[in-house]
Design a protein around this ligand. Structure first.
Ligand code: AVI
Length: 320
């Protein structure tokens, strides 16, 4: 695994990366406090997200998997074989691996901010598919995007499943897709999963499940922040909120202080009153036409869209 920037999941922990600390301080000091959703993913956070994907309420993973199962052959025909498959936010690499038999990539490049978790997953994958050249990159691709020379430049197929695009604001998403387009050359493409707008009750349940796994996933951001900037958040003094904000077309996750408290971190700190919230994630839901328009504004041309019978989720192939 190549660490492209000092990763926030590596030891030594304390503000190993000044950039990470600056970003966290800016969010925690803001009048409406926020923590970027990328800090949900340390090794434990990645495991909790894996568990979320198994929950009955969390429909995106299984709905997207059903689209790949049903239309995989056609998707592979459209995307082509022998591509340089670049998996963005690869996590446990399971989604891409399930497509290897159909897509037969010539090189597989797995990228994730949670470098340690990715390294373990790639180790297992190399044993299962020794014939595929593989690279692992531990990097945060959300704000900058430059691929190192070991990533082949020909026929790059950027695989961005799971509707992770929804964790950007639409403006950020466009910037991100433009940067992606810049890495495509003339013959690149993107295969992207988009969660579609649906009824509020389904969305509320998906982000506030009965077992409390999503709550644990959200609260774990505080443990991760404690580790990164030497903070002393008491996880027991916070509770999870996850709900669909219909007016804004997005699910929001927040952490709410359950009592008054002073929190300290290296070089600073803050008082939180009971009821104060820290905004940790947005998960935008798109109408299919808006997702296509966003891709096209970013320099891509959508060639195919596959959806499930309920039209809850879309997989889009778009050409550079
Ligand atoms: C990774 N991302 C697409 C997930 C989502 O649905 O926005 C993260 C997540 N947050 C809460 N549950 C899952």
């Amino acid at each position: 695994i190549t660490l492209m920037h000092t990763s926030c999941t590596q030891d030594p922990p304390r503000a190993a990366n000044a950039h990470v600390a600056d970003e966290l301080h800016a969010g925690l000091d803001a009048p409406d406090a926020w923590i970027s959703p990328k800090f949900l993913y340390d090794a434990l956070g990645s495991r909790l997200f894996e568990a979320i994907c198994e929950l009955p309420e969390y429909y995106p993973t299984r709905t997207e998997a059903a689209i790949f199962a049903r239309h995989g052959a056609e998707i592979a025909r459209v995307a082509g074989s022998g591509t340089t498959l670049v998996d963005l936010g690869a996590g446990n690499c399971a989604k891409a691996a399930s497509l290897f038999p159909l897509l037969a990539p010539s090189q597989y490049v797995a990228i994730d901010i949670s470098a340690e978790f990715l390294g373990d997953a790639l180790l297992r994958l190399r044993q299962r598919f020794p014939q595929i050249a593989m690279e692992g990159l531990g990097m945060d691709f959300s704000t900058r995007f430059e691929l190192p020379p070991q990533v082949r430049a020909e026929r790059r197929l950027f695989f961005y499943p799971g509707s992770s695009l929804g964790n950007f604001t639409p403006e950020e998403a466009q910037g991100f897709l433009r940067r992606l387009r810049g890495q495509c050359g003339d013959d690149g493409a993107v295969l992207i999963g988009i969660d579609l707008v649906k009824d509020k009750a389904t969305l509320d349940a998906a982000y506030d499940d009965a077992l409390g796994v999503t709550a644990a996933f959200n609260l774990n951001a505080l443990r991760h922040v404690n580790h990164l900037i030497g903070a002393d958040f008491d996880v027991k003094a916070w509770r999870h909120h996850g709900f669909y904000n219909e007016a804004r077309g997005r699910v929001e996750m927040h952490l709410e202080a359950t009592r008054n408290q002073q929190v300290h971190w290296t070089g600073g700190g803050r008082h939180f009153a009971a009821g104060d919230r820290i905004h940790t994630e947005n998960s935008y839901k798109y109408h299919q036409a808006d997702a296509i328009a966003l891709l096209e504004r970013s320099g891509f041309e959508a060639t195919h869209v596959w959806t499930d019978p309920q039209r809850w989720f879309a997989v889009i192939h778009a050409q550079a």
